[in-house]
Design a protein around this ligand. Structure first.
Ligand code: MG
Length: 450
């Protein structure tokens, strides 16, 4: 099992190599035992290996006596929401999110409808290791499976029931929405949600085939086709999701992709206009949200990268909105996870209330340039972040996840990967030239280090 990637909230691997049915069974048995063999909600994205993985997962959960509620194909946030709604002891989403098609993964959800954290995952790993040793002595149980087809509809209703969404007024506006679900799990929910909001849906890649017709991440360079589609069809807005529908990116009415950082910035500005309170986001998220938070006199809490860190911080500080710059919006009032269908509704409501086309609304936000890149390390190269830090005594410093150095209107965040011999560098500055200079400067420092 050495080549599996075991992260904060789950386990992933290539299905043709390490992520085998046997592995899936071991993890699902361990999870089932961790939650005491009680009710567990499962759902999956559309990727072709999903059905095979689902059967292995069910087999594992049943063998430890779980009462499984199977939602079928649905967005990852639907699984998390339904854990709470159905009063389950946990949940598992079968999805490798934006990873290529030959990957799949399990993401584990606790009874509170949030992903497991590091400590709980470690407990699970102990249980996984124990399973191979004591499997025979533990005996076998026979759980049950119920197919539950209402998950997506309940999720839609929960979004429409939010006070900040005025369904009637959005319906009257009759937005024309070009929607690119990358043939992922969003296809099972977002067209329906948009129809309920009175929108005319112009679908692009909204089938449940799981064959991704573009790069799976909703980053600007993968949205060329959607941009063209928006222009050709005269849509008011283009919306693009990742395969498990927890990230949303936008294209304006002129066909310009706004970049995935803009989704959270718009959502934060909209929510703070309704409800003031703390905001949380990871360290790599654009400083647009700091500028917006200052307008409203509220604080931005920064966390290590990883959705669960942001979710837990929002919970701790009583945050009203947060997420990740990659297009992941979290509204604690609904639940503690990134939710693209939720973001779809928030953005449409914001467009409606602003009375502006998206292009003009987005241009009200401060504009920065971000560069995200990486440096591949030489064999046995050690990067000394401490000496890079010491060389920049004038900067603001955050060392909770790698090293982040901050100045007025620019920052750099340097993180070593836990799974590959690479160092990631993310910079943001006021313009392209400054961002490029900052990026190249720190890339040099890392190449020379060690
Ligand atoms: Mg995702």
């Amino acid at each position: 099992m050495k080549e599996l990637m075991i992260g904060v909230s789950g386990v992933r691997g290539r299905i043709d190599r390490d992520f085998t049915p046997r592995v899936i069974i071991a993890f699902s048995q361990a999870f089932g035992r961790l939650i005491g063999g009680r009710k567990v909600v499962v759902g999956r994205d559309t990727r072709p290996s999903g059905e095979m993985c689902r059967h292995a997962l069910l087999s594992g959960l049943l063998s430890v006596g779980c009462e499984v509620v199977d939602l079928g194909i649905c967005p990852t946030p639907t699984v998390l929401l339904m854990v709470k709604e159905l009063d389950a002891s946990g949940g598992i989403a079968i999805t490798a999110s934006h990873n290529p098609i030959e990957w799949n993964a399990l993401k584990f959800v606790g009874a509170d409808g949030a992903f497991l954290g590091r400590a709980e995952m470690e407990k699970m790993m102990e249980s996984v290791r124990a399973i191979s040793e004591d499997d025979r002595s533990r005996g076998i149980e026979f759980g049950t499976v119920t197919h539950f087809s209402e998950g997506v509809d309940q999720h839609i209703q929960a979004i429409l029931d939010l006070d900040m969404i005025d369904v009637k007024r959005v319906q009257e506006k009759k937005f024309r929405v070009a929607l690119d679900c990358v043939n992922g799990a969003g296809s099972a929910m977002v067209p329906k949600l948009l129809a309920k909001l009175g929108c005319e849906v112009l679908p692009l890649h909204c089938e449940l085939s799981g064959f991704f017709p573009r790069g799976a991440e909703p980053v600007a360079e993968n949205l060329e086709e959607l941009s063209k589609f928006v222009r050709e069809r005269g849509a008011d807005i283009g919306m693009a999701l990742d395969p498990d529908a927890d990230r949303l990116a936008l294209v304006d009415e002129t066909g310009r992709p706004l970049g995935e950082e803009m989704t959270l910035a718009l959502a934060v500005r909209f929510v703070l206009g309704k409800k003031r309170g703390p905001v949380a986001a990871n360290l790599s998220t654009s400083m647009m949200i700091d500028v917006i938070a200052r307008e409203y006199g509220v604080e931005v809490h920064r966390t290590p990268v990883g959705e669960i860190h942001v979710a837990r911080r929002l919970e701790e500080v009583g945050g009203v909105v947060g997420g990740e710059g990659n297009g992941g919006v979290i509204l604690p009032e609904l639940h503690l996870t990134r939710d693209a269908p939720l973001a779809v509704a928030l953005i449409l409501q914001y467009l409606l209330e602003s009375g502006l086309p998206l292009n003009s609304l987005a241009s009200q936000l401060p504009s920065y340039e971000m560069i995200k890149g990486k440096v591949e390390l030489r064999e046995r190269q050690e990067v000394d972040l401490g000496s890079i830090r010491d060389a920049h005594s004038g900067a603001g410093i955050d060392e909770t996840d790698g090293l982040k150095l901050m100045w007025d209107n620019e920052w750099v965040h340097i993180r070593k990967s836990g799974t590959e011999p690479i160092v990631r560098i993310i910079v943001e500055a006021e313009n392209k030239e400054r961002a490029a200079r900052l990026f190249n400067d720190f890339r040099e420092k890392i190449v020379r280090s060690g």
